[in-house]
Design a protein. Structure first.
Length: 370
């Protein structure tokens, strides 16, 4: 009787048939990652969903992790905090999503109930925040467990463009919230974005909601600067001569910029922002920093500036989803490379050598092949 019941359960539950392992990108220590077998995730709490990934990608933050910049990421962790997939299983407490639903996974997990969530600061959720691919196994894998699924997933709209909507997991809300909203970009402003990686380009796209008069964009990589021009930057500036701040000051006749947005995460690029912010201006830091920066209060104390930092809250994701789905934002243009998920090591090489390969967003497609 017991055996018959188990067989019946296995027949009605495809997960019990499936192999108990999966392939995943595992971080071991600084500079060491591998594509290897890991146990498949299983439901642990009522609010969990298990998702079969269809598309994932690599973020600049993963490169910081690889450099050893983020001590919260320890050996054995599956990386990745962006992706789209199909729900395989839900816990009994999940009410908004069902098996078979296609979903966009947010890089930030939100319980929707704690004090931080209730003030819209999901990034500091007491039961979530940025945990995926950080303190919890992430999305660069065939399957992922998403806790607090009701607050951490978004329905994939019918007829949606998977490559465009993937950018809602992280870079679009990051660029918009940490860069544009925190920098208080206004009509007529002069804005400088330091860093033309996917995040800097997401700042560039979403800054244009507010019609700034000029947008300077600074990077070392001519190819990325050329892409930025296509996305609406008025003045690309190559900083490889070490004089980016001088060029910005010259172009603004010594005034500097109303908003300086740091989208790299290095002391040098933070210094550029400090050097070019106009009196009354804002510095909005977006980059993840692994090293201390020097705050030049001896120059800034009387400049009436403000400085903000932010971990993306993803509170604007529903609005951005409408902008992408309507075609008003076209972040799919950032996709330069596509790999099968099991070629992820090649994808890391390509993204890590972005300047040589002309890479922006590298997509990982999970087609089930190994
Ligand atoms: N705050 C958040 O919530 C959040 C979320 C996601 C990503 N991030 C961070 O945003 C940053 C950008 O992410 P990304 O995916 O675009 O990374 P990326 O590595 O693809 O891009 C960084 C860009 O900076 C440029 N750069 C490097 N040194 C420079 C210099 N000295 N002068 C000018 N440009 C220089 C590089 O050429 C590159 O184009 C990273 O630090 C990432 O960790 C922050
Ligand atoms: Zn990221
Ligand atoms: Zn919460």
């Amino acid at each position: 009787m017991m055996i018959a019941q188990l067989e019946l359960a296995a027949m009605s539950n495809p997960v019990l048939h499936a192999s108990a392992t999966m392939k995943a990108l595992v971080y071991h220590s600084a500079g060491k990652i591998a594509w290897e077998d890991k146990p498949r995730p299983a439901i642990q709490h009522a609010g969990d969903a298990i998702i079969r990934m269809t598309t994932s990608t690599i973020c600049g933050t993963d490169l910081h992790i690889l450099k050893g910049d983020l001590p919260s990421v320890t050996g054995g962790r599956i990386l990745g905090h962006e992706g789209i997939g199909v729900i395989e299983q839900v816990g009994t407490g999940v009410s908004e999503f069902h098996v078979g639903d296609k979903v966009i996974i947010s890089c930030v997990t939100a319980c929707l109930k704690c004090d931080f969530c209730r003030k819209g600061m999901y990034s500091h959720c007491r039961h979530g925040g940025w945990i995926l691919g950080n303190t919890l196994d992430g999305t660069q894998a065939e399957y992922v467990r998403i806790p607090h699924a009701d607050g951490s997933l978004y329905s994939f709209p019918p007829g949606g463009d998977e490559e465009a909507l993937l950018m809602l997991s992280d870079i679009l809300p990051t660029g918009f919230e940490c860069g544009v909203l925190n920098g208080q970009v206004k009509p007529g402003d002069t804005v400088a974005i330091v860093g033309a990686g996917p995040v800097g380009l997401a700042v560039l796209m979403t800054a244009q909601f507010y019609s700034p008069a000029a947008i300077f964009i600074v990077d070392l990589d001519e190819k990325r600067l050329a892409v930025a021009k296509q996305f609406g930057a008025t003045t690309p500036i190559n900083s490889s001569d070490g004089h980016a701040a001088y060029h910005v000051m010259e172009l603004t006749e010594g005034a500097g910029v109303d908003v300086a947005i740091e989208a790299v995460g290095l002391p040098d690029t933070f210094d550029i922002c400090q050097a070019i912010v106009a009196a009354g201006g804002r510095i909005a830091n977006v980059g993840v920093h692994g090293k201390p920066v020097e705050l030049h209060l001896e120059k800034l104390w009387d400049r009436n500036i403000s400085l903000t930092t932010r971990l993306v809250d993803t509170i604007t994701t529903p609005m951005l989803l409408k902008m992408v789905h309507s075609g008003k934002l076209q972040p799919q243009k950032l996709v330069t490379h596509r790999f099968a998920m099991n070629d992820i090591m090649k994808a890391y090489d390509t993204f890590g050598n972005a300047a040589d390969d002309g890479a922006l967003k590298v997509l990982l497609k999970n087609d089930g092949s190994r």
